[in-house]
Design a protein around this ligand. Sequence first.
Ligand SMILES: [Zn+2]
Length: 541
Amino acid sequence: MFKRFGMVVVLALAGVPWLAAQQEDSDVYWKIRREAIENSQILPTLHMLTDRYGPRLTASPNVKAAGEWAAEQMTAWGLVNAHLEPWEFGHPGWANEQLTAHVVSPVEDALTAEVIAWTPGTEGPVRSEVVQIDVPPTTPTEEELQAYFDGIVDKIRGKIVFVGKHETPPVAFNPPTKRRDEPEVEAAYDPDDPVPFYRRRPRTPPEEGRLDRREVDKRVNLFLAENGALIRINDAGRSHGQIRAFSNRTYEADQAPAAIVLRNEDYGRISRLLEHGAVELEIDIVNHFYPEGKTDYNVIAEIPGTDKADEVIIIGGHLDSWHPATGATDNAIGCAVMMEVARILTTIEAKPRRTIRVALWSGEEQGLLGSEAYVEEHFGSFEEPKPEFYKFAGYFNIDSGTGRARGATVFGPPEAADILRKALAPFEDLGVLGATTTKSRRHGGSDHTSFNTAGLPGIGVGQDPIEYSSHTWHTNLDTYERVVAGDAVKSSIAIAAAVYHLAMRDDPLPRFEADEMPEPEKEEGEEEKLKPPKKQPTPSL
Ligand SMILES: [Zn+2]
């Protein structure tokens, strides 16, 4: 099957005008294309990271095993210095091993659910009546939250608790965009007036004296655990069986009840049955905490440089995933593409002048923690630089699903984008249409912003959305099957060429001069990497 796909790409790419590439790089660019198309290892890598080692939740045994496998694989391809580099997560690891959920009365049927991470299991099957409580108030005062607790305390002991009313997501009459058209990509990478794909949704902090959503969630978990609720159940609130299940943010087993997210269709069915009488469920959850997860790991490997070996270009993405699926589009495919870039450059014996380092991060989903720790340890920041800060020549990050690369955004002055634009120009036939800059040192989105925050040139790769924000991102549907291999191969070609170009230039990628360096604006924002899908109009009856 993989061979057949290779043939298709060869045919699809035949006759494209890449001979117009810049003369000095064109021979290497041609070798990159040939190696990427004829011998791609992206799908075998993806298989191991997803099917064999997924899900790869931060600090779990799986993410460590995936990292060990990746280091061994890169060594086998000829990279050197492959190792796992520890950083302190400070919380235990966690994994769900088994989950079964059934309605047993007044009807018998299986239910579809996912477990919330870092919650305890049930210590055997639990069978109980369901009670449905109101959704907690948003941004309440302490008094308002207490009034909410007073209203539910007598209902929850010994019960399976549905938190919130069922809501039906509206039918989507406008299908989400799968590819960006050329004008949109050209506008995004317009050298003079770029129009970004996404606008950041600023997080408005609650008014003085009010609690934010995360704090309310923590308090509700603790309240349910302390007052004898057996299991907390949330409505997935998404259509077609999509489930997102995140985490108990305290990471402590005794701070939350056993908790699952039920697919919207099952949550709705049980809610409607409850209007007419008692409903009983039987649920069995086996979870495991791993104290050794306190220390987690980034995976590092290198292609050594030649005359500029002490200068480093890093390429990477995050290896950790959420746990409801095997984390294929977020972000095994990004890791597979960056490993492939390194494999291609090693195999064609590109001999880069600067060292090219692969870094596969963990802790991204908890707030870019692995990359942040690495940058702090190795480079420091513009305000507090370490010696390596001055030897750093750029970090390429990929983390927006399976879609092909369409361009790059670099933290730095306009000349940095000019260089990237030139490096990417020979790949217009693959859909890569330019480069632009950002001045933002905001921390959040993905791991390149750990570099930007430090004042270093992070480079974010822009991609086609395919089914990312609409289907696979952070959902139970994020599996191997959702990867479009041809897109990933195209990304590996364009990125390999751009990295090679940066590794060969006489001068490193230009950075902001000291007097132009923007102020740091550190702020959490890992949930804001994409704007939500456009609101669909509510259908009229
Ligand atoms: Zn991601």
